[in-house]
Design a protein around this ligand. Sequence first.
Ligand code: ADP
Length: 165
Amino acid sequence: MKRIALYPGSFDPFTLGHLDIVQRLSRLYDEVVVAVLVNPRKQPYLPAGARVAGIAGAVSALQNVRVIQDEGAATDLAKRVGAQVVIRGLRSVTDFEYETSIAAGYYYMAPEIETVFMPARPEHGCISSSLVREIHALGGDVSKLVPAPVLSSLAEKNARKERET
Ligand code: ADP
């Protein structure tokens, strides 16, 4: 049986912390599916297509990783892509509280799918998409926080904003 892991998230934007999780997963599973989950009720910082493109660029060297975009429940998506596990990353106690409730939701929706938690490496414990968004929105340098292809997507956002003003 092919072991397939689904790693879902908003990835708005995808950070070096997320990339580290994907790299480690690619060594543990036969296939890793990174899914940008779109919430139609939320206005994202980066459009979904740009998020997918940035992730695809960042993981291009990993042969067994693919990136998709989806709406709806991660557990339904897991079944559709044939994943046995859904991966969530853990940085802190706050993450633990939030992620255990997410895992409970997954369990009630699809008890046959396991949620697996992967701890952040200590050097990535303080990196979050919201931190990147805040620094970037203030005109700061986020090159130490996101992979290079994501930096390009963020630069495009700035260029778009400039064209509009
Ligand atoms: P959400 O899906 O809740 O919007 P994100 O898209 O930010 O969250 O992240 C997706 C998953 O990656 C979550 O499980 C989150 O805890 C985890 N994660 C976020 N940042 C890091 C990091 N720096 N290191 C490891 N895991 C992380």
